[in-house]
Design a protein around this ligand. Structure first.
Ligand code: ATP
Ligand code: MG
Length: 356
């Protein structure tokens, strides 16, 4: 029996409820699989922790996480604590120190979920967005000059490295092959941003020539956003820089119907360091503590974690159970259902046992 250590960080708000739900599902999948168990390292880093300690995690926080096999995160954020505190104090150090250079977000319209797009049906929207997660526009380089004068100048630098762009583009092509996808699309804005974006295009062209069996195309980000809405069925794998990927990975779940279901994985493909799995939604303080949060995004993250750790059979099982539960209408109020968090969770667990 293989035992894997998972750092469990519920964080704030509904994160506490969704992580508890997700763990129940993960444990059920391990139980029926019989070959693997998860041992959780319970970690209380959050905005609450920040209010008590003045930092999001202790000084040796990253050392605590490093030996873990993966990180299962709920959400961090709380009214009164600015977003940049949780971002720069917890999420970015983890993503960057552990070289989680891929942010992977599946966009899939599931049966039982309503999309705001007319004439779209399940199966029609089904693609994977690969966002560069370590460099690019979110560089913290730049500054303000002549502050307080009418001549004030503000500069923010974008940093692309050849190695950084190559590895994420290559990941997108490898992902396409692994998942039987036919096409990789790239998003830039080379007509307006004329150093970094043409550099990305150049590397995309180089790497794509190594994969002649995979179709490739390049879009300007503005045109691509429009295309997501008008022709979402055209996409298989989409790769983009940190900023453009950020935009696309919010637009994606929006067209697929619900933020409560959308998963995200911060991946270090080499597995030299732990990867981190967190739903797209935030801490949703308006519904926190009520037991009504949709746990499906968190559960889907768990399926991605299984895949990453080499237990694809468990991942598939969780996804089948999730899809069946959704299709049967056992869902929370955010997507029109009447069940609460625990009812949905238990329905997914029952389904796992039935399918196994
Ligand atoms: P944060 O500051 O942590 O990002 P937020 O207030 O922006 O939190 P989000 O989680 O990003 O909240 O989502 C916005 C709204 O969508 C929430 O206020 C909530 O009403 C709804 N929502 C988000 N996630 C869920 C979920 N899992 N289940 C049900 N409703 C959700
Ligand atoms: Mg938010």
């Amino acid at each position: 029996m293989k035992q894997l250590q998972i750092a469990s960080i519920p964080g704030d708000g509904i994160g506490k409820e969704t992580v508890a739900a997700g763990r129940k599902v993960l444990d059920t999948a391990c139980e029926v699989h019989g070959g693997v168990t998860f041992e959780y390292l319970d970690i209380d880093w959050s905005c609450e922790y920040y209010k008590q300690h003045g930092q999001m995690m202790p000084d040796n926080g990253l050392d605590i996480l490093r030996p873990c096999d993966a990180i299962y995160l709920g959400a961090v954020g709380f009214p009164g604590v600015p977003d940049h505190v949780s971002l720069w104090g917890l999420l970015l150090p983890i993503r960057r120190t552990f070289r989680q250079y891929v942010n992977l977000r599946p966009v899939k319209l599931m049966a039982g979920v309503q999309t705001p797009l007319a004439n779209r049906y399940p199966g029609d929207i089904d693609f994977l967005v690969v966002r560069e997660n370590n460099e690019g526009e979110y560089s913290n380089m730049g500054g303000r000059l002549y502050q307080g004068t009418n001549e004030e100048v503000v500069v923010q630098n974008t940093v692309f490295t050849r190695a950084g762009v190559e590895r994420v583009v290559r990941y997108a092509f490898e992902l396409a092959i692994k998942n039987g996808r036919k096409k990789v699309s790239s998003a830039t804005k080379s007509n307006g941003i004329n150093y970094t974006m043409p550099f990305w295009d150049e590397i995309f062209a180089e790497i794509s020539s190594e994969y002649p069996e995979i179709e490739n195309n390049q879009y300007h980000i503005d045109a691509l956003c429009a295309r997501f809405v008008t022709h979402p069925d055209e996409f298989d794998v989409v790769v983009a820089s940190n900023l453009f990927g950020d935009i696309l990975t919010d637009l994606g779940p929006a067209i697929a119907g619900s933020i409560g279901i959308a998963p995200s994985a911060n991946i270090n493909p080499t597995r030299a360091y732990p990867s981190m799995f967190e739903p797209v939604h935030g801490s949703a303080p308006d519904i926190a503590g009520k037991g009504i949060a949709n746990p499906m995004g968190q559960i889907w993250c768990g399926a991605m974690m299984f895949d990453h750790l080499g237990y694809q059979d468990c991942g598939d099982l969780v996804m089948r159970a999730l899809a069946d539960t959704l299709a049967a209408g056992t869902t929370t109020a955010d997507i029109g259902g009447h069940a609460n968090t625990m009812e949905v969770t238990e329905a997914v667990c029952r389904r796992i046992k039935k399918l196994a």
